[in-house]
Write a protein that binds this ligand. Structure first.
Ligand code: ATP
Length: 308
């Protein structure tokens, strides 16, 4: 079983559905409201666990009621939370306004996530047991850099989702094995809007890049080989929230199992396509049996048989 450690955020998403977003100083009446456990770290952890990984989470929740629910969501998702800290004060929150066109505006308040500034011995020992360490940019940059460097030192493969987009320090890039931006993040990092060109530019800093392309699938690039696009299955998308995190969680499991990159991207694309056909983020993530069944139906199993 692939052993995965996620060093990342937990946030309670507070989502108001409105006809149109308010301007500054204006009040609008919303249609409905939902609280949805999220945070890129927690989402990737649940996705990886459902995809069949053995997953542990390093991060923090607050002592408020959101913290209790965020921890419970991970526990129910079969994610080990022994090293998830509980710190005095508020949990991380994301205040999201979704309008009738599906557009959104988001304010993230880091709360407990902001207190995770460095690793302790227990965290390091846990990272040392993993096949892969998953990182994103919703914790303080200092701990993201430390986590990646620790994993590198211990021979653990690092997968970085560079979201929310921001410039990446050289020491973080130097400790990243696989970078997984979406198209917008790839463009923000490189100034290049063509994903293929952006991926090639990013290969100067990291050995492997996957750019996610929404409904168009994903692009894999590695040094010394031509980039390949792996198309996504054509599905009717209901809610794409968390598609990127579902993709990364499943991709990590597939890579940890030793699947070659193009097959791992196809497998992760099937997991993400299953998730976009359902509402919610962590609630929409597929289980391994569903991914395997859909993968077999696309002919992926035949490919595997040929290799054996
Ligand atoms: P999000 O922010 O919504 O979680 P993202 O912007 O990080 O997503 P995307 O590139 O939009 O990332 O989507 C990630 C992956 O999810 C894609 O590479 C693709 O495999 C899958 N996916 C997304 N949207 C669709 C869709 N409409 N149909 C099929 N697959 C999709």
């Amino acid at each position: 079983m692939t052993s995965i450690v996620v060093l990342g955020s937990t946030n309670m998403d507070l989502v108001a559905y409105v006809p149109r977003a308010p301007a500054l100083g204006e009040t609008v009446t919303g249609r409905s409201f939902r609280t949805i456990p999220g945070g890129k770290g927690a989402n990737q952890a649940v996705a990886a666990a459902r995809a069949g990984g053995e997953v542990s989470m390093i991060g923090a929740v607050g002592t408020d009621e959101f913290g209790v629910r965020l921890r419970a969501t991970l526990d129910h998702g079969a994610v080990d939370t022994d090293l998830l800290r509980t710190v005095e004060g508020a949990s991380g929150t994301a205040h999201i306004v979704v309008d009738d066109e599906g557009g959104n505006a988001i304010v993230v308040v880091p709360g407990a996530n902001g207190t995770v500034t460095s690793l302790d011995h227990g965290d390091e020992a846990l990272i040392g047991t993993a096949d892969l360490l998953l990182l994103q940019l919703e914790l303080p940059l200092s701990v993201v850099v430390e986590g990646a460097a620790t994993a590198r030192r211990l021979g653990v493969r690092t997968v970085l989702t560079p979201a929310p987009a921001q410039p990446l320090p050289p020491e973080l890039l130097a400790a990243t094995d696989l970078l997984v931006p979406n198209e917008h993040e790839a463009a923000a990092l490189t100034g290049l809007t063509d994903p293929r060109e952006a991926a090639l530019a990013l290969l100067r800093d990291v050995p492997e890049v996957v750019v996610t392309l929404g409904a168009a699938g994903s692009l894999y690039a590695a040094r010394g080989a031509d980039p390949v696009v792996v198309p996504a299955p054509r599905v009717r998308a209901v809610d794409t929230t968390g598609a990127g995190d579902t993709f990364v969680g499943a991709l990590a499991v597939a890579l940890g199992e030793g699947r070659p990159a193009p097959e791992a991207l196809a497998w992760a694309g099937i997991a993400a396509a299953l998730s976009v056909q359902r509402e919610g983020a962590s609630t929409s993530m597929p289980f391994r049996t569903e991914i395997e069944a859909a993968f077999g139906a696309t002919g992926g199993d035949e490919d595997r048989d040929e290799r054996e």
